[in-house]
Design a protein around this ligand. Structure first.
Ligand code: SF4
Length: 343
């Protein structure tokens, strides 16, 4: 078994390893957790309950400011209709993701999540918020992260995901998202979430202007967090969609994404699942299974990435045929309930 690599070794691998070597090394780490010929997936929907946001990230094509036309907040009825439609598609996971809407207090979210839990029970699991939104809500409510996490947990929340992380370096945040949160805030909040008994995940987005060192810093911080606090169920990486954003730019090539998935799988030897992004890579996402990924979503909606150029294919059987053609058995994976909350 290869020992854990540090960032210098990761840099060497990135710069000099062949695709075959990366695949092999990533496959060795993947095999510690998963059957090499098996992949798991979920059918899910991201519900963008509001597009009003004051964070103004320059890579976002989704938000409108509070005083601009076109802002919305979904009604409870609209949220339920979207969940019902997901269930008809055979899905059981919702991820709520909206903007930093200053008119929506923490109580709005607690009421919404309690209503979703009351209506669907354990039949549908939901990722309630991203850490980015969680930090904003706690700050607005003037309560600490521990109290915010406890209030959400008491409202029926099981998961607050690591979404909205993009690249976790302070420099990246100053360049692109200075109103969002600091990296320190991010991990302080995630630690409180774990300590409250909730589950969480790690995410990463590549393809902006981040340097190799910034990518490695992100991976290092993620691995350190998992060593110290635990609680990261999975690591999902997707790619920046540049269309309609203030920052602009071009999309990276699939091969760069696959190589990054492999490097992440090798580096994050303490995270069970490495997930590939069908939402941003479409059919190219499945090739990442050869580079160490073991799990993926089939999303039926995400307005945030769709506004920036993502396309969603609703022919789920045609999509599942692709990993099968690559030699994988694919199995549906139900969203897990945190052990700490299991009766
Ligand atoms: S990425 Fe999220 S936090 Fe940033 S502007 Fe868009 S909606 Fe707001």
């Amino acid at each position: 078994m290869n020992p854990r690599i540090d960032t210098d070794e990761a840099r060497e691998l990135w710069l000099h390893a062949s695709d075959e070597e990366l695949k092999e090394r990533a496959g060795q780490v993947r095999a510690r957790y998963h059957d090499p010929d098996r992949a798991t997936y979920m059918v899910m929907r991201i519900i963008n309950y509001t597009n009003v946001c004051v964070a103004q990230c320059d890579y976002c094509a989704f938000f409108v400011l509070p005083n601009q036309d076109g802002g919305y907040v979904l009604s409870r009825k609209e949220v339920f209709a979207k969940i019902d439609e997901l269930v008809e598609f055979g899905g059981d996971l919702v991820a709520f993701n909206g903007g930093f809407n200053p008119k929506l207090p923490l109580d709005f979210y607690c009421d919404l999540f309690a209503a979703v839990r009351a209506r669907y029970g354990e039949r549908v699991e939901f990722y309630a918020l991203t850490i980015a939104e969680f930090v904003f809500l706690a700050d607005r409510a003037r309560i600490d992260y521990a109290e915010a996490a406890a209030r959400l947990r008491d409202a029926g929340v099981h998961w607050i995901t690591g979404g909205g992380s993009e690249i976790l370096t302070e420099d990246f945040r100053k360049r692109h998202a200075k109103w969002k949160y600091t990296v320190r805030d991010y991990f302080d909040a995630q630690r409180a979430i774990v300590e409250a008994g909730l589950r969480t995940t790690a995410t990463m987005v590549i393809g902006f202007d981040e340097t190799l060192d910034e990518r490695l810093e992100h991976l290092q911080r993620t691995r350190d967090f998992q060593d110290e606090a635990g609680g990261l169920f999975s690591f999902l990486c997707w790619t920046y969609k540049p269309y309609g954003t203030a920052f602009g730019g071009r999309e990276i090539a699939p091969r760069e994404y696959w190589r990054h998935i492999a490097l992440s799988r090798i580096f994050l030897d303490n995270v069970k699942h490495v997930r590939t992004s069908v939402l941003t890579q479409n059919e190219d996402a499945f090739r990442a299974l050869d580079y160490g990924a073991d799990d993926f979503d089939l999303p039926i909606e995400d307005e945030v990435t769709q506004k920036a150029g993502a396309t969603i294919d609703l022919d789920l059987e045609a999509l599942l045929a692709i990993p099968r053609s690559l030699g994988y058995t694919v199995e549906y994976r139900r969203a897990e309930r945190p052990a700490a909350l299991t009766a």
